[in-house]
Design a protein around this ligand. Structure first.
Ligand code: ADP
Ligand code: MG
Length: 270
């Protein structure tokens, strides 16, 4: 099971859209995919016309003490979607109450890692959509993943969020055996605007290969999809946004393969 986290300490940059797009593409390639929403806003579910109030199922339960989270209860938080192989755990406003608890509190930063380890044979990929604020939820999302994807809106003020995110990453890396592999993904790119073009150039100049050399374009069909409960895969090939996500997925899979090979080599040396 591979775990990818989609995060940026800024809202409205395309985190949820990226989660849903990559998740549905992986599922359409036959991978068993779980999308986990750790954002109290719970917007991931809206793509699938799911409202947490409907059932009470949410990722909040994943933070329950071990003796209260039975396998059955854990499985009950997982909701099937209309897409084959694609499941989701919705977020809920209750998640916000967790942000006030301390990460240092007994094992609190590893709640998600622990719950995921119980699902290792059920899914091939888990994609975690995370909140824009640094707290227990984001720390959990970062502790649980092997790849971090940072969508960055191509506009003038985008850089601030990235700097906050990189500081957080440094902090997380201090407690990891291997630094977390991450890729910044320019989003909401509009080549007709100066803001988009110059911020894309600035990103590449500042962070080099840590930035995906392409960008996800503004695509109104992608924007409308969330409101209409249409999954991105059903938009098909004529969506420019989805074509780009397809290309991004290829890059991510390639990076993952290279990364796993290098870990393999290092362990072989030891
Ligand atoms: P976040 O999860 O970071 O807050 P979202 O994925 O919800 O960001 O995106 C913010 C808004 O921008 C949403 O209304 C979404 O539909 C829209 N959006 C995201 N990506 C695109 C895109 N490539 N083209 C057009 N609209 C987009
Ligand atoms: Mg979101």
């Amino acid at each position: 099971m591979r775990v990818w986290t989609i995060a940026n300490q800024k809202g409205g940059v395309g985190k949820t859209t990226t989660t849903v797009a990559l998740g549905s593409l992986l599922a359409s390639q036959g991978k068993r995919v779980l999308m986990l929403d750790l954002d109290p806003q719970g917007s991931l579910g809206s793509y699938f016309s799911h409202r947490p109030e409907d059932t009470g199922q949410s990722s909040y339960d994943w933070f329950l003490p071990a003796d209260q989270l039975s396998d059955e209860r854990l499985m009950q938080t997982i909701v099937a979607t209309q897409d084959k192989n694609l499941s989701l755990v919705p977020g809920s406003t209750a998640l916000a109450t967790l942000e006030r608890s301390a990460v240092s509190q007994e094992g609190m930063g590893l709640a998600i890692s622990r719950a995921l380890s119980r699902l290792w044979d059920k899914f091939d990929y888990v994609l975690i959509d995370s909140p824009p604020t640094l707290g227990v939820l984001l720390v959990n999302a970062l502790a649980a993943c092997s790849q971090l994807i940072v969508p960055v809106q191509t506009e003038f003020l985008a850089i601030k969020g990235v700097e906050r995110m990189l500081n957080t990453l440094n902090m997380i890396n201090r407690s990891r055996r291997q630094p977390l592999s991450f890729l910044m993904v320019p989003t909401l790119f509009d080549r007709r605007t100066h803001a988009s073009v110059s911020s894309f150039r600035h990103m590449r100049k500042t962070w080099g290969d840590q930035v995906w050399p392409s960008a996800i374009p503004v695509d109104t069909r992608l924007r409308d999809a969330s409101a209409q409960g249409v999954t991105p895969t059903s938009l098909g090939k004529d969506s420019r946004g989805m074509q780009s996500y397809h290309f991004l997925l290829k890059t991510l899979l390639k990076r993952e393969k290279e990364q796993e090979q290098s870990v393999h080599l290092t362990e072989g040396d030891a």
